[in-house]
Design a protein around this ligand. Sequence first.
Ligand SMILES: [Ca+2]
Ligand SMILES: [Ca+2]
Length: 165
Amino acid sequence: MVDWSWLDEAGIHDIYVRTNLVEEGLERNTANNMAYRQIFVHAKPTITTIGAANVTSNSATLNGSLDGLGTASSVEFSFEWGLHTTYGNETTPQTMDVTGYFSGNLTSLASNTTYHFRAKAVGDGIAYGDDVTFTTCILGDADMDGDVDVFDWVRLRSILMGLEP
Ligand SMILES: [Ca+2]
Ligand SMILES: [Ca+2]
């Protein structure tokens, strides 16, 4: 007679719901017709929000790294981003099956605006990197010193004439 009584143990079910890291399994030994309880440990991916690069008045590249896959064989990574730490936007998820750097491009941003973002990885559980901010440039701020004045026009003129990169 197989003993199924452990399936009703409320305490184990509570652990699963609370942490989402431990899962119950059942192995049936056909030799003696007994069932054995198994516990599978699920490890979330580990991930880092590195920062933003190539920030212009309306675009930026977001960088992050997948430091560990956890117990998943592949991980879907993306970036959550927005004006606040509630984010509200997410880049298209991409699949990674090895650790390494990844990036996402944002376009059509508002100028002179601070954005929040964090890396996200979905494997055996969901992992988030720390919140990082960047501020888009002021439109017309050619020398990127935070204001628009006559020096920006001088710089813009030099760029257009091919005297400066
Ligand atoms: Ca300027
Ligand atoms: Ca200036």
